[in-house]
Every structure is written in C-alpha cells, then in structure tokens.
Design a protein around this ligand. Structure first.
Ligand SMILES: NC(=O)c1ccc[n+]([C@@H]2O[C@H](COP(=O)([O-])OP(=O)(O)OC[C@H]3O[C@@H](n4cnc5c(N)ncnc54)[C@H](O)[C@@H]3O)[C@@H](O)[C@H]2O)c1
Length: 369
C-alpha cells in the first residue's frame, strides 16, 4: 500500500477517545480524592458528560470536589446516591479494598459501573465482583485509561491497521522519581509498584499487541532506606503465544533532576515499529503531550513518520474509559475495558508477584481465587 492510497496521503491514526451519541447519561461518583478532582471531573467537563452527584466517606472531600457547582449533588450516603433515579452509571474511585463491596451494592441496584484500577486487592475478590455484575445484567468497566492515552491508542491503531505485520515485541521503560507518600494508604502496602503503577503498562502492552500473556517472569526490588514497604523497582518479562514477548522495566528512584527522567514505549512487528514517549511522566506533575513515531514496510514512508498528538494520559484519557462504557451501553455490547477483560490484566499482576516470591516463571492459569 502506498501513502497515496491512504486518506489525504497520510496514514490516519484514530487515537482520540470516542464519545457516545448520548452524553446525558447520569454519573454518580463515589470517592472524591486526588484522581477524581484532577482527572475524572476535568475529563468529564471536556467531554460534556453529566455528573449528577458525588459521595465520599469524608463529606468535606465531596463538598470540595463539587466546588459549589449547583448541578452536582453532594450525597450523604451511598444509599442516597443509589436512590437517585437519574444516576445510571456509578463511577468508583476509592482505595481498592473498598471497591468490591461498593461495586456489588451499586450493581445490585441496577447501575452500570466504571471501577478504578486495581479492580480489587485479590484475584478472588475481583472474580466475585465480575460474577456479581454479570448476575445483575449490568455493564462493568475498569479505568485502565492508559489504553486511551494518545501514544498507546495511536500504537494500537498502527497494529490494528496491520502496519506492524505480526506483533513480536513490546517494551515500556520508565525511570522517574515517585513520592508515594502523596497517597498515604500506599506507603504500607506490600504490593506497590506493579499493583498501582505498572498495572497500566501490563494492560497497555496486551491491549496494543492484542494478545493474552501465557506466563510472566518478574523481579521486584526496593531502594535502600525507602519509606515505603512495597517494591519500587520492577522488571517483568511477559511471554505471549508464539514468538511475541513483552518487557516492563520500571524504576521510581531516579536521583537525577527531571531532565534525566524517561518514560518510553516501543512495539515491533515483522513489518515495522511504533515507538514514543508517555508525556504524563515528563515535566511532572504538569506533563506534556505524548509523542509517537512509526515505520512500516507496508507503507511508502521512507523514514519514521511522526504525527503530532493532541491530548494526554491525564486527564484526556479518562474520556476514553467512560466514553467506551457509555458507547457499550448505547450499543448493548461489552466495553473493551470490561471488568471481565480486566481479570486478565489482574492475573498478569498477581502472576508477577508470585514470580517475585517464588523466583520462577508463573503461568496466568496458576492465578485463581
Ligand atoms: N487510573 C489511574 O490512573 C489512577 C490514578 C490514581 C489513582 N487511581 C485509583 O483511584 C482510587 C483513588 O485514588 P486517589 O488517588 O483519588 O486516592 P485519595 O486517597 O486521594 O482519595 C480516596 C478517596 O476515597 C474516599 N473513600 C475511602 N473509602 C471510602 C468509602 N468506603 N466510601 C466512599 N469514599 C471513600 C476517601 O475519603 C478519599 O476522599 C484508587 O483505587 C487508586 O488506585 C487510579
């Protein structure tokens, strides 16, 4: 195929979040912490989604998040939110240990769900959540919004168009400094980096390749004197069917100033490559735009093609996760980011932890309740 055969002579990358036709579906938010204030609410404002109200166990947090907007109700209890006839989707953003209970209660009231990652703190609890949602006949999705970050969505588009040929290799490498004490409830968790950060990379790699991992081999380490209990340095090797492989290499202890930090991704296939940077981790916390470049032997590109991308992992990609759930409701199909699909990402996470503990390759099938 030549470039001339493509729209406007340029390869078209469909990377922007797709939105539903009906943006009036009512959203009730549970949890009014950092991520809701800085990502969910700004993204929903951009998309024109309709937030009916917010409930938080700490009412002052809910009040602050609502910010005096008269169209947003501050609910005193979860039950009060679930009684509101216009709440169709419950959007949960609380620490993972509280999520399954809230999700099942909301599902039993007939509401569709957008859950935060990680879906639960154990695979068994996540499986039970998925089972309960299926029994209630509602749609349940997970906020693995990195799938809708511009660089990852563009990479997925390159793979889907066949421009990479057969996908063979994926790597995501991050070297930054993270102050986990900004989330006090994370400092004492024994499972830190993979469960709360690299979970996005594991999910994005399998999403872009369109493949299910067979097994993982992982190592996790701490940094001398770190005030956190869990691992802050991770290396995860992922074996996919056939010759495809993935690598996540993550360090959150970089002692250099930010100009040394990096967050890169690269996917390779039999016919080409796509690579780029994850802008959210540059110029932190402001971030910058993602970058992407690709080369394909199936196109007459000559050299790396580097289209400019608009939007960011935070907050724009949050339009993608909620938008996909709403489109799935409209079209009566399962969302791409369904909770059932997310069980595979969680199996990969728990397989990585078992691999660290037992110093061996762990098959996903070994992870079950
Ligand atoms: N998708 C992402 O990229 C991303 C990024 C950051 C955080 N998260 C996830 O979002 C969730 C919240 O993270 P955060 O950074 O906003 O944390 P946070 O600590 O800032 O806020 C959590 C909020 O939940 C409230 N809360 C706790 N238990 C509750 C309960 N039982 N009912 C109602 N409210 C309750 C707290 O009062 C607090 O306001 C976590 O699960 C986290 O893993 C996801």
């Amino acid at each position: 195929m030549s470039l001339g055969e493509l729209d406007g002579g340029q390869p078209q990358l469909a990377y922007k979040p797709q939105l539903p036709q009906n943006r009036t579906m009512g959203i009730g938010i549970v949890g009014a912490g950092e991520i809701v204030v800085h990502a969910h609410l700004p993204a929903y404002r951009m998309a024109g989604f309709r937030v009916i109200g917010i409930y938080d166990a700490n009412p002052a947090k809910a009040e602050a998040a609502a910010g005096g907007d008269p169209s947003i109700t501050v609910f005193p209890t979860l039950e009060a939110m679930l009684k509101h006839p216009e709440v169709q989707i419950v959007d949960i953003a609380v620490p993972a240990k509280f999520q399954p209970g809230i999700a099942i209660q909301a599902a039993q009231s007939g509401r569709h769900l957008l859950c935060q990652k990680p879906l639960a703190e154990s695979y068994g609890a996540a499986k039970e959540l998925v089972r309960a949602c299926a029994e209630c006949g509602i749609k349940a999705a997970v906020n693995q919004q990195m799938r809708w970050s511009p660089g990852i969505q563009a990479s997925r588009s390159v793979v889907k168009n066949g421009w990479l040929g057969e996908p063979l290799q994926a790597s995501i490498q991050v070297n930054v400094r993270t102050y986990w004490e900004n989330w006090p409830w994370l400092t004492q968790t024994p499972t830190l980096e993979v469960m709360y950060h690299s979970i996005h990379y594991l999910d994005s790699i399998r999403y872009v390749l369109g493949l299910r991992p067979e097994y993982v081999y992982a190592d996790g380490a701490r940094f001398p004197g770190q005030p956190y209990r869990g691992e802050t340095r991770t290396m995860i090797h992922i074996k996919f069917p056939g010759e495809a492989r993935g690598l996540v290499h993550d360090n959150h202890n970089n002692r250099m100033p930010q100009d040394d930090w990096y967050a890169t991704f690269r996917f390779e296939g039999t016919e080409g490559i796509v690579k780029g940077t994850n802008g959210a981790l540059y110029n932190y916390p402001e971030g910058r735009e993602d970058t992407v470049g690709f080369y394909s032997g199936r196109l007459e590109l000559g050299s790396l093609y580097e289209p400019k991308l608009e939007g960011r992992w935070f907050p724009h990609a949050f339009m993608g996760t909620m938008g996909e759930l709403m489109r799935a409701i409209e079209e009566n199909r399962e969302p791409e980011n369904s909770a059932a699909d997310n069980l595979i990402t969680l199996q990969t996470v728990f397989a990585a932890y078992r691999s660290m503990a037992e110093n061996r390759a762990v098959y996903l099938e070994e992870v079950d309740a």
